[in-house]
Design a protein. Sequence first.
Length: 223
Amino acid sequence: MSKNENPLKTALVLAVSRTLENMAFEQVELIEGDIETYLAERKSKMEDMLKSIDNTLDGPAEECYAGDEGSMKENEDSSEESEHNADSAPEQTSGEEELWASIPLLKPLRGEMVIVFPSEYAAQLTESIYGALDSDSIKEITVNDAIAEIINIIAGCFAQELLPDDKRFELGLPNTGWGEMPAIENEAISLSFDLGGHILSSIVGGEDFCMCKNSQQLQEKVS
């Protein structure tokens, strides 16, 4: 790690990506910059891809086999399926209900981590771990438990990546809730990730972490 590289960003990216990729077997992509811009660019790329598919399927008539209705029908079905997949792809919206999880970071640096999960992704992640759930009441309880355990794992991985090997860390008990996440004081870093079309937000705050924006500051703080 270079002296100017932000150790909080490096540790948080590794913690989130490794944890969720191992649990859900889904690629985790860090979103650089504004989320709305990222979503607009992703939508534009999807539309361009569909146009390219349509242009390929609607090629010059002389290239098609005359009377081959089966081949033409197959191409039409393929085009319709591509459009359906694009329309049904999960899209993060401001109106989607969210589930948040928070956990105190106690030692050797004091602060807090908060992660916000889209509710649909949280449910999918829970079912990928526990299997299909029988009822809505059981599902809600299990989702909360699963998300609490996930942030516990991410926070532990974050601390391991951030701290020297000889430094032990201590975490508090995780908490979860629905809707607006709790306010976090002294925000040190905030990152967003794309998980198969779902947007996950992560924040680490606390005065100690605000003083660790490069490797030299981190070393001085934990020594």
